[in-house]
Design a protein around this ligand. Structure first.
Ligand SMILES: [Fe+2]
Length: 292
C-alpha cells in the first residue's frame, strides 16, 4: 500500500468517527440515542413553570429585621420581599412574633423598622406595597397582661389588628396553652375576628382534629394554613393535616410564614410542583387573603 492511499484510509476512518457521514447506520443509531437522552433529561430535570401564589396579599411573615426568629438583616428582608413579589405577592402585612418571654415586641419597637423596610423596598424598586404591620400573637400569660394592664403602651396601641378587627393568633407547638380557650373567648366577645395561624402544625390536635377544628369554627375562629405545609416542610403529619383541612373546608387564609431565604427556595420548588398545580384552583377558591 502506498503512503498516500494509507493516509486517505486514515482520514476516512476519522471522518466516520466524528460523524461526517451522517447517513451511516452507526451515526443514525448514535443520533437517535442522543435525542432520546435529551428528551429524558428534559423530562426529569427541566424546571416546571412557576405558578404564582394563590393570593396577592401576604399576611403572615417574619420579615422585619432583628425582632424575632425571622430575618436578621435588612438585606435579607429585602431579598424575602423581592422573592414574594416574584411569586405574585403585591401587598404585605408584616407579623413579627409577640411571644413571652422571647419576643416582647410592641408597635413602638416595630414602627421605625417597618418604616425603614418600606423606604428601602421603594428605593430598590421592589414592586410590593408594605401595607402595614401587626403581630402573630401567642395567646399566653403575657397576652393576658397585655389585655389587662396596658403594660406595653396606651390602650389604643395595646392590640394591633392585621386589618379591621382581624387578629393573627397562635397556640404553642409543644402543648395546648391552658389559657388559650379563655383568651380566645374574651377576644371574640370584645369584637375581634380571630385567625389561627398554622393550625395544621399543632400536632397534639392531629388525633382528634375534626372535633377541635369544628369546635373553633363554630366559635367563628378562622384558619390560616402555611403554604409550605402542603410541601411537607413541617413533616408528614402537618402535610396530611393541611390537605385534610383543605378537603374539609377549614382553610380560610394562606401564608408563607417566611423567615429565611431557605423558605423562598423551598416555596419556589413547591410552586413548580405537580402537587401544587393539582390544588391551585382549590386554594384560589377558598381563601380570603385578598378580600378582607
Ligand atoms: Fe409565624
Amino acid at each position: 500500500m502506498c503512503n498516500s492511499h494509507g493516509l486517505r484510509l486514515q482520514v476516512v476512518r476519522w471522518e466516520m468517527s466524528v460523524g461526517r457521514f451522517g447517513c451511516c447506520p452507526q451515526n443514525v443509531l448514535h443520533s437517535t440515542f442522543a435525542q432520546k437522552n435529551r428528551i429524558m433529561f428534559d423530562f426529569f430535570f427541566k424546571k416546571r413553570e412557576l405558578l404564582p401564589l394563590p393570593y396577592k396579599r401576604e399576611l403572615h411573615c417574619h420579615i422585619i429585621p432583628g425582632v424575632d426568629d425571622g430575618s436578621q438583616q435588612m438585606d435579607e428582608s429585602l431579598l424575602l420581599l423581592s422573592e414574594l413579589s416574584r411569586f405574585g405577592v403585591e401587598r404585605v402585612i408584616f407579623t413579627p412574633h409577640h411571644t413571652a418571654p422571647r419576643f416582647m415586641n410592641t408597635p413602638e419597637i416595630i414602627q421605625p423598622l417597618f418604616d425603614e423596610v418600606k423606604q428601602k423596598a421603594a428605593e430598590q424598586k421592589i414592586p410590593i406595597e408594605c401595607e402595614g404591620f401587626s403581630f402573630e400573637y401567642r395567646l399566653d400569660e403575657s397576652f393576658i397582661e397585655l389585655m389587662q394592664t396596658g403594660k406595653y403602651g396606651e390602650p389604643a396601641c395595646q392590640i394591633r389588628p392585621l386589618y379591621g378587627q382581624y387578629l393573627l393568633i397562635e397556640n404553642s407547638f409543644s402543648h395546648a396553652i391552658p389559657a388559650f380557650d379563655e383568651l380566645a373567648e374574651r377576644l371574640l366577645s370584645d369584637g375581634y375576628y380571630l385567625v389561627l395561624a398554622h393550625p395544621e402544625r399543632y400536632l397534639y390536635y392531629a388525633g382528634h382534629r375534626g372535633r377541635f377544628y369544628h369546635h373553633l369554627q363554630e366559635r367563628q375562629v378562622e384558619f390560616q394554613v402555611n403554604m409550605l405545609s402542603f410541601a411537607g416542610y413541617y413533616g408528614e403529619v402537618s402535610k396530611k393535616m393541611a390537605y385534610w383541612m383543605l378537603d374539609n373546608g377549614y382553610v380560610n387564609f394562606l401564608g408563607s410564614d417566611s423567615h429565611y431565604p431557605q423558605h423562598m427556595k423551598l416555596l419556589d420548588k413547591f410552586l413548580r410542583s405537580k402537587d401544587y398545580a393539582a390544588i391551585y384552583d382549590q386554594l384560589c377558591d377558598c381563601i380570603g387573603n385578598d378580600h378582607f
